[in-house]
Each structure stands twice: as structure tokens, then as C-alpha cells.
Design a protein around this ligand. Structure first.
Ligand SMILES: [Zn+2]
Length: 248
């Protein structure tokens, strides 16, 4: 785990290389962070990236936000207030890998406003190459310090994969590709709990994708190894609105 200054230096190093590789210029602006005294170098970097916070601090904000959401005391009501600042740039505090399910809305579930979450959504909340590329951009260029793989209760994509495995059902169109992506985690869960595998499959799918991100070289894995980025998993319960964080 890096301390704050080391995290900021690591972020600067990764982001510089990403931008150089992309041939892009860094048009970065933003307000500074308050808080405890830091080195001049850390202060200058934090002034560039308002989301330059430790992964555990980002996670704390999401956990606190979910607690507010679950009891209907969400604070993000004024969507006009920060719009001008958003036009100047984005500084999300977390990347989210979410299902496309219409009942799962990460910004609401974590009580975060526009510009605060970098969300990749795909039915079954798994990481494919395109999703990984988006998250690599989030880590290397936007400086997100945290990625949450967010499964949810009653996931239709996981249930469909279970049905295919149990009944050899044949799905139309491109749906078999989705099922193929989810099969390894779902099959492992089914083997462990054949009588009622859905919840276990939802959790296992989250764990599989957390590991995939942790091992996604070079961009995400390097950021994880330096301690600048943390990857965690959670499951959103549709009925209660609560997110249960999973142990690695
Ligand atoms: Zn789902």
C-alpha cells in the first residue's frame, strides 16, 4: 500500500505514460483538496486531480453514500450546482462494473453525483476487453483510485446462464456470447451449491471479475500492485438498496 505522496507520484507516472502513448495532451484543471499537510509535490498533483484520494477513502465515501441511499436520505439533489465545473473535466472517485439491469443505478445506490463515478455497464457485470479498455482509461487517464465490481440480487443474466447449464437451453442472437462469458463463474457456483446456486453464482461472478481486473496487465495490475488502486467486489440487494461488500 502506498502512502498518499507515493500514490500521487505513481498516478502521475502512469498517467504521463498513458497520455504519451496516446499522443494526447493533458488539459487538466480543477480545485485543490483540503485536508492534512502534504508535500509541495503532493499538493501540486492533488490540485491537478481533485479525485487524488486513497482507495480506502474512495471506498468509505461509497459505503457511506450507500448507507444514506438505503434509508432514503441521499444528499445529491442539486444537479445544477456542479455543472460548470464538470464542463472543465471529470474526476471520478471510482470505476464501477455494473449490470445493465434497470433496477441497479450506481450513482443512486452510492449517492454520488454526475462526474463522481466512471461506470461500465454490461448485462452480467463482467469485464470484457472493451470494458477493460474503458477501465484502463479510467485508471490511467482519469486517475480513479478504486474499482467496484457490482453484482446484484435476482440477476437475469446469471439466471439465464444457470438455465443454459441446467437445461441446455439455446438462446437466440448474441446471447450465447454473454452466457459463455459468465459460464466459468456460474458453473463453479453450481457445483458448490446445486440446489440453489443463484446467489452463489452472483457472488462468484463478482469475485472472478475482481481477480481479472487485479491481474489485468499492464495498466490496472500495475496500479493495483503500487497500491494506488484497489479492486473490490460487492452485491447490491434490489429489495433493500444495500450493497454488501465481498471479501476477496
Ligand atoms: Zn443483472
Amino acid at each position: 500500500m502506498c502512502d498518499r505522496d507515493e500514490c500521487l507520484e505513481a498516478r502521475a507516472s502512469i498517467s504521463r505514460r498513458f497520455l504519451l502513448a496516446a499522443g494526447a495532451g493533458a488539459a487538466l484543471a480543477g480545485a485543490g483538496l483540503g485536508g492534512r499537510p502534504r508535500s509541495a509535490r503532493a499538493d501540486s498533483l492533488a490540485a491537478v486531480w481533485p479525485n487524488a484520494i486513497a482507495p480506502d477513502e474512495a471506498l468509505r465515501r461509497l459505503v457511506d453514500g450507500n448507507a444514506r441511499y438505503a434509508v432514503n436520505t441521499a444528499r445529491n439533489k442539486d444537479l445544477l450546482a456542479s455543472r460548470a465545473a464538470q464542463a472543465a473535466g471529470q474526476y471520478p472517485i471510482a470505476g464501477i462494473v455494473s449490470c445493465a439491469d434497470s433496477r441497479v443505478v450506481p450513482e443512486l445506490a452510492f449517492d454520488q453525483g454526475p462526474g463522481e463515478l466512471f461506470v461500465v455497464r454490461l448485462a452480467g457485470n463482467f469485464v470484457d476487453d472493451y470494458g477493460l479498455a474503458s477501465l484502463e482509461y479510467g485508471v490511467a487517464s482519469l486517475g480513479v483510485p478504486l474499482i467496484v465490481v457490482l453484482g446484484h440480487s435476482s440477476c437475469g443474466a446469471i439466471a439465464a446462464t444457470l438455465k443454459v447449464l441446467k437445461e441446455n437451453a439455446v438462446l437466440p442472437g448474441q446471447l450465447p456470447k454473454l452466457v459463455d462469458a459468465l459460464k466459468p463463474a456460474v458453473a463453479a457456483a453450481q457445483a458448490r451449491n446445486p440446489a440453489d446456486p443463484l446467489d452463489e453464482a452472483i457472488a462468484e461472478n463478482v469475485r472472478v471479475n475482481v481477480r481479472r481486473l487485479q491481474e489485468a496487465t499492464p495498466v490496472v495490475a500495475e496500479a493495483v500492485q503500487s497500491g494506488r488502486v484497489k479492486i473490490v467486489g460487492g452485491v447490491y440487494d434490489i429489495a433493500s438498496g444495500k450493497v454488501a461488500m465481498l471479501q476477496a
